[in-house]
Structures are given as structure tokens and as C-alpha cells.
Design a binder for this molecule. Structure first.
Ligand SMILES: Nc1nc2c(c(=O)[nH]1)N[C@H]1C(S)=C(S)[C@@H](COP(=O)(O)OP(=O)(O)OC[C@H]3O[C@@H](n4cnc5c(N)ncnc54)[C@H](O)[C@@H]3O)O[C@H]1N2
Ligand code: MOO
Length: 402
């Protein structure tokens, strides 16, 4: 059977993957979430003409020639304004953020003055009218639309929404992604493995990819190679309202690879299974009662590479987040043989040379079981199907992983 090209698999996976519904969160819990509705200002900022400096609120015409002397008639502090107005020959002591009293048109910084004993201030430098005053609404005005749907609530966006007096925000619901690790050989980290057992690792890396892309992880644990048990875990994912189900392992053709059978018994409609990719050929995708099902291969590197290439964009799309894979141009750091029909993703160390060009050097061992090589690599060299042999120095494309 011909293997499905990677781009086509990705397009089929993302077809219909729209941002999920919205929920309302207190603003303090909305960090890194995606806005589902515009953010409007309920408040004008600053709400009054405010001083930008510590000094004196004055009338600029009073200090056209210096030195000049003004009578200090009171104080305006942030949070406590001066009740009166400034007339000719008068000044009000003022601090940063405080309302500028009526009558004053300028703030003079205190460094350019000298306080006198008798409640007066001597002005040592002239100042242009309007200086050091932030006009009401300089930042934004009530009813302004400040942020658009789709904006990730980064630090500046959160502070802006708060400044505009939004106590709660409408955000896109986080996709809930259930993970089932399958295999009799697996035990959780920290447990004592039996003689034929290994530690389940893929679930941890996959959960991290989900979280980084704005998803919520529903870890359904390790399930042994019994079709009934896998079916029960699938049923739990549905009951618990998962949007996506990720299965790990059991996706290939061995006698104990039961995931496809279990999913089919539960009613999954298969979209594709087996793609032209290395590592990750047995990738499976289908839909089950509105749930997207992604069957990742068991080999750890295959699982994580498929996680980066397929799960990351799927979760991003459901979470309403932009997804921009960090693909760059580089030069090969070693000769490469011709490629077969599967697009290859070669673990590589990618660093700039003295001319600032990225050099991508493949790691010597590429076995899809080797997490040590994946963790050492900071990116993947992408070799298209049927690529010709290439020489060190030839241009190539890399996907940066960190
Ligand atoms: N006859 C064939 N055999 C295999 C083929 C094939 O086309 N024909 N494909 C190979 C490829 S490529 C891959 S990738 C693997 C994928 O197999 P499965 O998805 O069925 O995975 P398993 O057999 O369950 O496990 C493979 C390997 O990975 C280990 N594993 C599984 N889950 C975890 C986990 N959560 N954490 C760590 N390691 C895990 C498992 O112990 C196995 O060593 O199939 C090839 N075979
Ligand atoms: O696709 Mo498998 O992932 O080559 O090891």
C-alpha cells in the first residue's frame, strides 16, 4: 500500500480543526490563554490629566523669565488630589501619577527648583507649556477595543486588559487531550521494572508538547495489551470529555498491536494509517464521536517526532493559537545518502559557523528508540522522499526543536 505523504496527512488531520468554544476566566488565571472575544476598555487611562514627574504644577507663563518665585498652595499626590485650583503666581507640589490641578498647565521637575523657607518655590529654569503632563486618555479611552480575539494573553496583553478594568476575560477553552500508553512491558517512572519491562517515557514528552501548545492533559495511564482494557480506556477518554485522544504504541502490525482494533470496536472512523515518514510510519488518525484520535507509534523518537509534527499543530488549532514551526535553511555538516520514499527527520546538532551560517550535523546513530540522541539534537534535518545523495555544505532544511 502506498504511504500517505506527510503534507497530505497533516492537511487531513487539520481539516475542520477550529478553535473550541469559550469560557470566562478571572483575569488572574487567564495568562497564556487565547482571547475568544475582543477586550474593551471599561475605564479611561489615565482617567485625568496626570503628572509624569515629581515637581510642581504651575502656569508656564509665570516662569517665562527665571529665576521666578511662586507660592506653594498645596499638594497633589497619586490617589489624593489637590482640591483647589492654581492661579497666577501659584504652584502646587505634585508627584508622579497625581492629578494636575485646574489652572496649572505644566509640571516643572523638582530638580529645576529650590524650595524656600516661607512656603515658596524658586524656579531656576523656564519650561515649555504642557511639559510633563499625561493627558487624560493618552493610553486609551473608555469603549476603545484594545485586544482582538486570537491574541495570546502575554504579559503586556494581561496588564493592558487589567488596566482597562477587565476583571474576567473570555478565552478559548483549552483542548483536553487524553493520553493512553499501551504495552505490557511498561511501568511508570519510579516503579521497579520486571525483567522484561521498560519505563514508560513517551507519555511524559507527549504531555509536555500538549501543555506547551495550550492543551490540558488527561493522563489515563498505562494500559496492558488486552483489547478490553484498551477499549475501557478509550471509553474513559470519551466520558471525561476529551477533545483529542492520543494512544502511544500498539500502532504497528504485530500480534500485540491492538490499538487499531480497539478503536474500531469503539466506532472510530479511520482517516489514515501509515505515512511516508521516518521515524513515525505507523501514525494513525481517525475520528470517534467528535473526538480526534491520534495513534502515535511506540518507538519513543517516532512518538515525539510525530508529536512535534502532528499533535502540536492539532492542539494549537483547537486552542486557537498560532502555530509556526521553526523551519530554517542550513548547510549539511556531513554527506548524506539518497533517501527512500519516506520523508526523513534526522536528529542533528545545528549551530552557526564563523560566517553565521547554520551547519546541521547528523548524529551518528538514528535508531528510533534512542531518546538520548533526540535529547542531544536541537533540530531535525528534513530529507524529502527520494532526495538525491547530498554532500557536506549542500543546503538543507531543518526543523529546530529548541
Ligand atoms: N513488521 C513490522 N514491524 C514494525 C513495523 C512495520 O512496518 N512492520 N514498523 C516499525 C516501526 S517504523 C515502528 S515506529 C514501530 C511502532 O510500533 P508500535 O506503535 O506498534 O509500538 P510498540 O510495538 O507498542 O512499541 C515499539 C517500541 O516502543 C516501546 N514503547 C512503546 N510505548 C512506549 C512508551 N510509552 N514509552 C517508552 N517506550 C515505549 C516499546 O517497548 C517498543 O520497544 O513498529 C516497528 N515494527
Ligand atoms: O517509523 Mo518507525 O518510527 O521508523 O521507528
Amino acid at each position: 500500500m502506498a504511504l500517505l505523504p506527510v503534507d497530505e496527512a497533516l492537511a487531513r488531520l487539520l481539516a475542520g480543526a477550529e478553535p473550541l468554544g469559550e469560557e470566562i476566566l478571572p483575569i488572574a488565571q487567564a495568562g497564556r490563554r487565547v482571547l475568544a472575544r475582543p477586550v474593551e476598555a471599561y475605564h479611561t487611562q489615565p482617567p485625568f490629566d496626570a503628572s509624569a514627574m515629581d515637581g510642581y504644577a504651575i502656569r508656564a507663563d509665570d516662569v517665562l523669565s527665571v529665576p521666578a518665585q511662586l507660592k506653594v498652595i498645596g499638594e497633589s499626590a497619586a490617589g489624593r488630589r489637590f482640591a483647589g485650583a492654581v492661579a497666577a503666581g501659584e504652584a502646587v507640589r505634585i508627584f508622579t501619577g497625581a492629578p494636575v490641578p485646574p489652572g496649572a498647565d505644566t509640571v516643572l521637575i523638582q530638580e529645576n527648583t529650590e524650595r524656600l523657607e516661607d512656603g515658596a518655590v524658586r524656579v531656576l529654569q523656564t519650561v515649555s507649556k504642557g511639559r510633563n503632563i499625561r493627558r487624560a486618555g493618552l493610553d486609551f479611552s473608555k469603549s476603545d477595543v484594545l485586544l482582538q480575539p486570537g491574541r495570546v494573553l502575554d504579559p503586556a496583553a494581561l496588564s493592558l486588559a487589567a488596566a482597562a478594568n477587565n476583571a474576567a476575560l473570555h478565552v478559548v477553552r483549552r483542548p483536553k487531550v487524553a493520553i493512553i500508553a499501551t504495552g505490557d512491558e511498561l511501568v511508570a517512572p519510579g516503579e521497579v521494572p520486571g525483567p522484561d519491562q521498560i519505563i514508560s517515557s513517551n507519555d511524559l514528552g507527549i504531555a509536555e508538547i500538549i501543555r506547551i501548545r495550550g492543551g490540558e492533559v488527561l493522563d489515563l495511564g498505562i494500559v496492558g495489551d488486552r483489547i478490553e482494557h484498551i477499549e475501557a480506556a478509550i471509553a474513559t477518554a470519551i466520558e471525561k470529555g476529551a477533545d483529542v485522544l492520543v494512544t502511544l504504541g500498539g500502532a504497528s502490525v504485530g500480534d500485540h498491536d491492538l490499538v487499531h482494533a480497539a478503536l474500531t470496536r469503539r466506532g472510530m472512523e479511520l482517516d489514515f494509517w501509515k505515512i511516508a515518514m521516518r521515524p513515525g510510519k505507523p501514525l494513525m488518525f481517525g475520528r470517534l464521536q467528535g473526538l480526534c484520535v491520534l495513534g502515535l507509534p511506540g518507538n519513543p523518537v517516532s512518538s515525539l517526532v510525530c508529536g512535534h509534527l502532528f499533535l502540536a499543530p492539532l492542539v494549537s488549532a483547537l486552542a486557537g493559537r498560532p502555530y509556526r514551526p521553526d523551519i530554517r535553511r542550513a548547510r549539511l555538516g556531513a554527506d548524506m545518502p539518497a533517501n527512500d520514499q519516506r520523508r526523513d527527520h534526522i536528529r542533528a546538532e545545528i549551530h552557526p559557523n564563523e560566517h553565521g551560517e547554520l551547519i546541521a550535523t547528523p548524529l551518528p546513530l538514528q535508531d528510533s528508540s534512542m531518546l538520548s540522541a533526540l535529547a542531544r539534537a536541537n533540530g531535525l534535518i528534513i530529507r524529502e522522499p527520494h532526495a538525491e545523495p547530498a554532500r557536506a555544505g549542500d543546503p538543507c532544511e531543518v526543523l529546530m526543536l529548541r
